[in-house]
Design a protein around this ligand. Structure first.
Ligand SMILES: Cc1ncc(COP(=O)(O)O)c(C=O)c1O
Length: 381
């Protein structure tokens, strides 16, 4: 019997089906999905609006080469445009691929080509993916490639003075997750993003925000730029951008992307009509009245629901929340106990931090189920 190459530590029970924020496991039990497939299920599982749209798209135009234009691309560009922060005089441009790692790979490639420099600054705790360039700037799950495609410089997270001293005329790019998710939902200290923006302005380096988790409405704004009031030169996203279909987006200020040579970018599947139909639907829904308000209201409800039992404090923003456990408690054990009580949460690289990244459509009232589960976990801890 064929097996997979070792990559994931799976939970004991397979999932059988999922609807909205509810998953059904193989033994028939259901659980509230507060993990959302790692920030992917933006609209909840099996959203009917998206299902109808995709069924129509598949029958009309399932796939075509990137050498042909199509209505789905135009709809996507129009919908994405409405979500973007102010992008300077020339606005933004986007390049479509299939994953977060690819989105970052291409952002770094664009930055190196546009600046004609070859040094990239990244931060302790960073995770940007597992392909060569993305892994070279990832600290968590360290790069396991024989060499890096460019020079790298790792800096302490949140140290504005160290960053200002390091970023100079040799720096092509500074890449970071505005909130480091896998590292344990670690927020940027006050003034850090502004300091990086200033250092990049002065040196001509490109500031890249990895919005793979923090984008697509997750922080209660379309992108992290609007949440923090700091606009990068490039930002990337993936995961939730097509609500369950593989996608990577590299968004660049046109002043930067207009400086790259012809032939630098390409992808067979990236930007196909089916996936862009899903991405257009996500961008449209994120901007619908009430969608982002729900993210903010659900965020407030989950923050207060989580602060009990084994949880000492809650950090993060919007619906990317880190539950910091009381000293001595182990994240994976509390995660397992919560699943026994019908609530699925994620762990992180910090054994004391659990992560919540539910569908953005989750009702604030669902937070009560987390509160009850956490209270009963404490009873057995
Ligand atoms: C912040 C961040 N960047 C990049 C990636 C890589 O995305 P993918 O797995 O789609 O390549 C991830 C995946 O977890 C991520 O969390």
């Amino acid at each position: 019997m064929l097996t997979e190459i070792r990559a994931y530590t799976r939970l004991r029970l397979p999932v059988v089906e999922a609807h909205g924020c509810e998953i059904t496991l193989a033994d028939g039990r259901t659980a509230l999905d507060l993990y959302g497939g790692h920030c992917v299920n933006t609209l909840g599982a099996g959203d009917s609006g998206l299902a109808d749209r995709l069924a129509r798209q598949w029958q009309k135009l399932s796939f075509t080469t990137n050498l042909l234009d199509h209505a789905s691309r135009r709809e996507f560009l129009e919908a994405l445009d409405a979500t973007l922060p102010q992008g300077g005089a020339a606005g933004w441009q986007v390049f479509c691929t299939n994953s977060g790692a690819e989105a970052n790979e291409n952002a770094l490639k664009i930055a190196c080509a546009a600046t004609k420099r070859r040094r990239v600054v990244y931060f302790q705790g960073a995770f940007h993916g597992r392909t060569a360039a993305a892994a070279a700037v990832s600290d968590t799950k360290i790069a396991q490639w024989p060499s890096s495609p460019f020079e790298t410089q790792k800096l302490p997270w949140g140290d504005t003075a160290a960053a200002k001293a390091a970023i100079n005329g040799d720096t092509a790019a500074v890449i970071l997750e505005p909130i480091q998710s896998l590292a344990g939902v670690v927020e940027p200290p006050a003034g850090f993003l502004e300091g990086l923006r200033e250092a990049c302005n002065q040196s001509g380096a490109c500031l890249i925000f990895d919005d793979v988790q923090t984008g697509n409405g997750r922080l209660g704004t379309p992108w992290s730029a609007q949440h923090y009031g700091v606009t990068p030169d490039l930002f990337t996203t993936a995961k939730g951008a097509a609500a369950g279909l593989p996608i990577g987006l590299t968004v660049a200020r046109a002043e930067v992307s207009s400086r790259i040579p012809d032939g630098l970018l390409g992808s067979t599947f990236g930007g196909g009509p089916f996936v862009l139909s899903a991405a257009a639907e996500v961008a449209r829904r994120v901007m619908e009245p009430g969608f982002l308000r729900n993210v903010r209201e659900a965020s407030a409800a989950f923050r207060s629901a989580a602060l009990r039992g084994p949880v000492e404090r809650v950090r993060g923003a919007g619906l990317l929340l880190g539950l910091v456990l009381r000293p001595g408690l182990k994240g994976s054990a509390v995660r397992d106990a919560l699943l026994e009580r019908g609530v699925l949460v994620g762990t992180s690289d910090d054994p004391r931090v659990l992560r919540l990244s539910p569908p953005l459509t989750i009702a604030p009232a669902a937070a009560q189920r987390l509160a009850s589960a956490l209270e009963s976990v404490e009873a057995v801890a």
